[in-house]
Design a protein. Structure first.
Length: 277
């Protein structure tokens, strides 16, 4: 049988685009039932996954899939030349005591809304998200200096090089435009090359990295290129990127456990940490 692309039951435009690209290359595509994996999962050359992390936790084991993700503190570890701003990941209990304003988000998942908060006391309470009823416990929260992103780009990286990408926002508003032919394409390629040359070994071989041009509020500067964040390719919107090329990265980031490369073993997604009682 052909290789399988297993999709979470939640439908999205990106899932549809990736499914179409997968079928074009002869892969089987299955939308998994909401209850998880069928009693008799199909036997394929290898299974891959696209969808959310919470649903994934119950299905990737039976399907023999390994999920790759960047480390929670990856952005913190980058030199200031690549972040362009102060970034620090701290336990939620520490973040609640922080002075603001600051931008806060979960380092990897979507357990609470990424936004500017006036201070630590404004961070979400124990029930942070209706789709995630378990308490947050003392999980990590990424705090960063408030900046203005004039343009933001999503890059699908395979083995440290851009496989495809697109602009996805201008001044915080959705504005999806293909990277190919964009006026900033050369600058994006150059900054991405500098980043991967300096820190490529700190990322999985299949990953999504968002970069952009930032300015500080009230500043009249022209802005500087910086990293927004890194994301799991198996849970990233393609926006205006080329779906077939994005699929190459998704397949590497969420594929057969037996096929994981030695250099990627440390990026294997661990089971979610248990919340504190």
């Amino acid at each position: 049988m052909a290789a399988l692309l297993a999709l979470a039951p939640h439908r999205s435009t990106t899932a549809g685009l990736l499914a179409g690209a997968a079928r074009e290359r002869g892969m089987d595509v299955m939308v998994l039932p909401r209850c998880g994996v069928p009693e008799r999962p199909p036997v394929n050359e290898g299974a891959h996954y696209y969808g959310g992390p919470h649903f994934a936790s119950g299905v990737v084991g039976p399907l023999g899939i390994s999920l790759l993700e960047p480390g929670e503190r990856w952005l913190d570890s980058l030199p200031h030349a690549f972040t362009g701003r102060r970034v620090e990941s701290v336990p939620l209990s520490v973040a609640r005591r922080a002075d603001g304003p600051f931008f806060a988000k979960p380092p990897t998942d979507k357990s609470f809304p990424a936004a500017v908060y006036e201070n630590g006391g404004a961070l979400p309470g124990p029930l942070a998200h209706p789709a995630r009823p378990a308490p947050l416990g003392d999980s990590l929260v990424q705090l960063s200096e408030v900046v203005i992103w004039t343009r933001e780009f999503r890059l699908f990286l395979l083995d440290g090089r851009i496989r495809t990408g697109s602009q996805y926002a201008t001044f915080g508003r959705l504005d999806a435009v293909p990277l190919r032919g964009h006026r900033d394409e050369a600058a994006v390629q150059d900054f991405a090359r500098q980043l991967t040359d300096a820190a490529g070994d700190t990322l999985p071989s299949g990953v999504v990295v968002d970069i952009g041009v930032l300015r500080r509020p009230g500043g009249g500067d022209a802005g500087q290129w910086a990293v927004v964040e890194a994301n799991m390719a198996w849970f990233s919107n393609v926006y205006a990127a080329e779906p077939a090329r994005a699929l190459d990265v998704v397949l590497r980031s969420a594929g057969p456990r037996a096929a994981v490369r030695e250099r990627d073993a440390r990026f294997h997604r661990r089971p979610p940490r248990q919340p504190l009682p």
